[in-house]
Every structure is written in C-alpha cells, then in structure tokens.
Ligand binder design. Structure first.
Ligand SMILES: *[C@@H]1O[C@H](CO)[C@@H](O)[C@H](O)[C@H]1NC(C)=O
Ligand SMILES: *[C@@H]1O[C@H](CO)[C@@H](O)[C@H](O)[C@H]1NC(C)=O
Ligand SMILES: *[C@@H]1O[C@H](CO)[C@@H](O)[C@H](O)[C@H]1NC(C)=O
Ligand SMILES: *[C@@H]1O[C@H](CO)[C@@H](O)[C@H](O)[C@H]1NC(C)=O
Ligand SMILES: *[C@@H]1O[C@H](CO)[C@@H](O)[C@H](O)[C@H]1NC(C)=O
Ligand SMILES: *[C@@H]1O[C@H](CO)[C@@H](O)[C@H](O)[C@H]1NC(C)=O
Length: 494
C-alpha cells in the first residue's frame, strides 16, 4: 500500500529528521575538573579514571613543525578507531605544532569519548626549557610558544589538561638548576589561563620516577600559592615487568610514597618492556581499591612501534597502514577487564599552601624567577594565533588499511561517535574578539629515546588556521540540507 503523508504527518517526519540530525549522539562529552585528588566530570560529578595510551607516531624526539598527530583527519580516523578498540578514554601527546588545524581530529576524538592530555613543549630548540641552564631558555619567545599551544587547544572540551614539562628534572644537575623554572612556567601558564581562557584548564608536570626525587619533587610542585602550584602530577614508571605482585614490583612502596599527595596523580607512562610480550598485568593493580584512593589510572607507553620497542601497533612508513601487535591485543583485554565504577576514593589532606624551607635531594628554592611575559599574561597574545574549535566531523572512517594481529584486514573501521559535540557559534565569535584584543634511576623512552635499563623507576620520554568558516554558518547549512532532504523524502513518499 502506498503511503500518502498528510500535512501533519509530513511535518512530523520533518521534525523527526531534524531532531535526528541535530543529535547524532545522545550525550555531550563534559569537561573534566579537579575536586580534591580526583578528576571529576564537571556535570555528573563522577570520578574519572584514566585508561590511556601515549600517542606520538614518529616519536617525540623526531618531532618537527608542519605536521603532528592531530593535523591529518585520515590518520586520526585510523588511530581513533583503534583507540576505541583498546577501550581508551584518554591519550597523551608530547608535541604538537600550535599553528596547524586540529579541529577535525579533536572533534572526532571528543565524539569518540576520548580526552587529551597535552605537553606544551617540543624537542625543537626554543620550545622547551634547558634542564641544566633553564634561565637561557625561559624567554618571551618560549612562553609565546607555550601560550599558542594553550590557545590552540583551550576551545575543545576534551582537553583534559596541559603538562608544563616532562622529566625536566632527571638527574642531580637538573634537580639543582630547574625546579623553580619549571614552577615559573606552571605559574605563567596558570595565570595566562586565568586571564585569557574561559575554562580553568588544569596544568601539571610529568615526572621521571627517580627514587630520590619521588617524594620531595611532588611535594615541591604541590605546595605554595594556588597560582604557582601544579594542578595534577604524572609519574612515568616502568617498574612492573612481567609477572609480579604489588610487593615484588615495588608498587606497594610507590603507592605508599604518594599516599599524602593532595592532588590527582596518575601514571603518565607505564608498561615495562623488559619482559615481552607484555601482558599489562599491573593494570589489575592500578585499577584496584588500594591504588584508586591515590592514583587516577594511567597511560601506557606507547601507541606506535618506535626504536625503543614499546609499540602497540606497527605503522607502515610506506602506505600508512596499521597492524595490531601482540601488545595491542593484550592491552585491549586488560583494559576491557577493568571496572572503574565503584572504585574506592578517599579524601586527601588539603594542599599545603606554604612550602617547606627545603626539600631533600632537590633545590627547593621557592622564589621563582620573574616572568618575561607579564603583558602577554595580562592581555593575551597580541600576534596572530590559532584557537581551535569543534567542527562537524567529515572523516569518520579512514582510507588507510588496518590489519588485526593475525594479518586480516579490518573491513569496517568507522569510529563510533558516542558523543555529540557542540559546534558552537558563541565561541567562534569570542575567538574573533579575543584575537583582536590583542640517569637516572629512571631513564625513559620519552626522555631522549634511551632504553630503559633499570626496573626501579625508569621511563621512556623526555625531549620534546583553521578554516575560518563560522560555526553559525555551518550549523544553518546543516539544518538547511536536512530540510531539503526531508522535502525530497516527502516527494518520494508522495
Ligand atoms: C602521611 O601523613 C601522615 C600524617 O601526617 C604521616 O604520619 C605519614 O608519615 C605520611 N606518609 C608519608 C609517606 O609521607
Ligand atoms: C611489526 O613490525 C615488526 C618489525 O618490522 C615485525 O617483526 C612484525 O612482524 C610486525 N607485525 C606485528 C604484528 O608485530
Ligand atoms: C632562588 O631563585 C631566584 C630566582 O631564580 C634567584 O634569584 C635566587 O637567587 C634563588 N635563591 C637561592 C637561595 O638560590
Ligand atoms: C606584543 O607583545 C610583546 C610582548 O608582550 C611586545 O614586545 C610587543 O611590542 C607587542 N606588540 C604589539 C603590536 O603590541
Ligand atoms: C587518504 O586520503 C588522504 C587525503 O585525501 C591522502 O592524502 C592519502 O594519500 C590517502 N591515503 C590512502 C592510503 O589512500
Ligand atoms: C579590533 O577591533 C576594533 C574595534 O572593534 C576594530 O576597530 C579593529 O579594526 C579590530 N582590529 C583588527 C585587527 O581586527
């Protein structure tokens, strides 16, 4: 029987189509904020546990301006599909170019339900602090780079936080020279955000897990006036290798050492590779009540196979195809077995607002160097910069080939867009106004690519315009297109 829609039936169909189009996914991804020693969803208040991976194809020490992990929608669609297979809710990226367009990738990442923790530095000279002579690199042009990174990512609700530094302090010399410079960068970032960004995005530090500095460094960064203290702390730890227990791995001491830390703390890198293949057995402990009262989860080092041999996937340099390695399958199973709802929490002692007069093993000078960028902090960047914003996602499925661990092609690699993103005209208008106003015991793969030698706290990591289409216009185009579609459908029905 043919269906002749009445006027009201047609209106109902149109309304349904419009509604369906306006809400492709049911819920929006809320921003996270800090409550005591935990990250919480700013709307629901639920505690947030990081199930993450470190993500820097090519390696952070080889990073060069001109492309970065969030600048190519095709590779983002490829990798975000795999992030979902891993069960991730967070990735960490070590180096980005703030002048590139990250809108598509960040929009897809958000709609996939994944937050970003971003390091503001790169390995490029002038874009990081020299750990031994920080006064030579703590300059106006360096801070200008840092603020450009903040501006580029502040507009995305899935930006969880920024790392002001990664393993800057990793030996006696850097522990003498650098602490108060790192804290000065933290201070400048926090003041910049307070004055120029709508959301108070948290700022943290990612530490090499060097035993001597473990307790004093965390205490030094946590203390003092609000504007100088970190908001969260990351620990790069590689001490659980192969089959261990909480005691044999030393995790018992690790969690004990941070019991009194007042802020969110998590593993910014974990996943020892001295026993291969990895099974990620430590994940059961990290997401247990004993750890959850202190630690908010962690990030496995690292997504792509690089020379340091921590990869979850192989990325082909010739055709951009990706193959899941054994560790990918193991991590996917380990994260799938984690239940975070109902994990125990406990209140911490309040953050110490005054610092001690000295800290063991590190230079605990609490007098910070004066900022070289007082005007920028007060008024915002006065040069051209890029402020990212959510856009309608156009690439949900990559054109690159993805192979599973057995070498079979995964035929449907469409990212599951679980959350709707707010493509907001308000923020676009604000942007316009704004831009107008003007050896460690723990050597680490992320710290220069050296391989990990010790089981006692080592880590792999330390070195390292958007299309001005108004969102308002895009939004109305979308509704217009849907309405046209509805009319066509109406004609077909007729
Ligand atoms: C934590 O604080 C309690 C109470 O002040 C103290 O007894 C304990 O030694 C502290 N633990 C560490 C590891 O600092
Ligand atoms: C990944 O690359 C390595 C080195 O090229 C190779 O040995 C391995 O077979 C590749 N595939 C997987 C699934 O590990
Ligand atoms: C502490 O750091 C400030 C700023 O870098 C410096 O001026 C001062 O001399 C330092 N104090 C000590 C005792 O090293
Ligand atoms: C921009 O700010 C920098 C540093 O605050 C300052 O040196 C420069 O003169 C400013 N330029 C303009 C055009 O205001
Ligand atoms: C995928 O698409 C991008 C952008 O259109 C293109 O540069 C790339 O070569 C394509 N890759 C493959 C494997 O088709
Ligand atoms: C900045 O805004 C003022 C006042 O709205 C306007 O006169 C000026 O042309 C704008 N400058 C730029 C560079 O957009």
């Amino acid at each position: 029987m043919r269906f002749f829609p009445t006027a009201s039936a047609f209106a109902a169909i149109t309304a349904t189509l419009l509604f369906a189009s306006a809400s492709t996914a049911a819920t929006t991804l809320n921003t996270l904020e800090i409550k005591g020693r935990y990250f919480v969803d700013s709307v629901t208040g639920d505690t947030f546990w990081i199930k993450g991976v470190d993500y820097q194809p090519g390696g952070d020490s080889n990073f060069q301006d001109g492309s970065d992990p969030l600048s190519d929608p095709e590779t983002c669609a490829r990798d975000i599909f795999l992030f979902q297979q891993l069960g991730l809710n967070t990735v960490r990226i070590y180096a980005i170019d703030p002048t590139l367009d990250h809108d598509e990738c960040m929009s897809l990442l958000a709609s996939a339900g994944i937050y970003l923790i971003l390091d503001v530095n790169t390995g490029i000279y002038g874009q990081n602090l020299d750990r031994y002579e920080p006064w030579t690199t703590y300059t106006e042009s360096y801070m200008n780079h840092v603020f450009q990174v903040i501006e580029a990512f502040a507009g995305y609700s899935n930006t969880l936080g920024f790392f002001a530094g990664n393993e800057v302090i990793n030996d006696d010399k850097s522990a003498e020279a650098s602490p108060n410079y790192v804290k000065a960068v933290v201070r400048d970032m926090k003041n910049y955000i307070t004055n120029n960004i709508k959301r108070q995005i948290p700022v943290g530090y990612s530490a090499a897990d060097v035993l001597e500095y473990r307790v004093p460094l965390a205490a030094y960064f946590e203390c003092g006036p609000e504007e100088e203290a970190i908001d969260f702390y990351g620990v790069n730890s590689y001490q659980w290798c192969g089959q261990q227990t909480i005691d044999s791995s030393g995790y018992d001491i690790l969690v004990q050492d941070y019991t009194n830390f007042s802020l969110p703390i998590f593993f910014s890198e974990f996943g020892c590779n001295q026993v291969l293949p990895r099974t990620f057995q430590e994940i059961g402990t990290i997401f247990s009540d004993q750890f959850s009262v202190v630690f908010s989860g962690g990030l496995v080092y690292e997504y792509s196979q690089e020379s340091s041999n921590y990869g979850l996937v192989n990325i082909s340099s010739s055709d951009g195809s990706v193959q899941e390695r054994h560790d990918f399958v193991a991590l996917s199973a380990a994260y799938a077995s984690v239940t975070t709802s109902g994990l125990s929490t406990a209140s911490a002692t309040p953050r110490p607002t005054t610092c001690a007069t000295s800290y063991e093993y590190i230079n605990g000078n609490t007098t910070l160097p004066d900022t070289p960028v007082a005007t920028m902090i007060a008024n915002g960047l006065n040069s051209t910069y890029n402020r990212g914003k959510f856009v309608d996602v156009t690439t949900q499925s990559t054109n690159y080939t993805i192979y599973d661990n057995n070498g079979n092609v995964i035929s449907d690699s469409t990212v599951n867009e679980k959350y709707s993103i707010t493509v907001s005209s308000a923020s676009a208008i604000e942007q316009t106004d704004k831009s107008n106003s003007s050896a460690v015991t723990g050597a680490s793969p992320s710290s220069g690519g050296s391989d990990v030698a010790s089981t006692t706290g080592s880590s792999p990591s330390s070195t390292s315009k958007s299309a001005a289409i108004s969102n308002l216009v895009r939004g109305s185009e979308k509704i217009g297109a849907t309405a046209v579609f509805a009319v066509i459908l109406g004609l077909v029905f007729a």
